[in-house]
Ligand binder design. Sequence first.
Ligand code: SF4
Length: 153
Amino acid sequence: MVNFKVNIDKLYSMMDKCNICPKKCGVNRNRGQQGLCKTADKIFVASINVHTGEEPPISAKCGSGTIFFSNCTLNCVFCQNYPISQLGNGKEISLESLVDSILNLQKRGVHNINFVTPTHYSAQIAKAVHTAKKKDLVCLLFTIVVVRKMLKH
Ligand code: SF4
């Protein structure tokens, strides 16, 4: 059986010398330092909405409960969400507010909760989902991430 509490603690401790993603910046995000993703311990989101424009199997009839996180672990020049992923557009929200947002999206009848560019927030999202689950979260969860093979030159 998965011990969520242990895994959440592990994710937070990974931010002491951050190796949450393959960039392995080694900064102490729990003390406010930022790595290449320009993100420390606080949560920043650009939008929280019912999204009906995702791929049809995801949005379906009632929409996808989409949370766009600010910044990104990648630096794609042609990112379609450039202002959010590279310029960091968004505002700070608390963990409690993230939990409430997840549950509010569920109340609005969405088919799923959709975390967009979530990698650098893995610890915070795991904690928020764990808390939301205790408060009745039953929605399907998924993330939109870009997976890239790390090439050795
Ligand atoms: S999550 Fe951010 S700080 Fe951590 S290793 Fe990746 S880019 Fe660096």
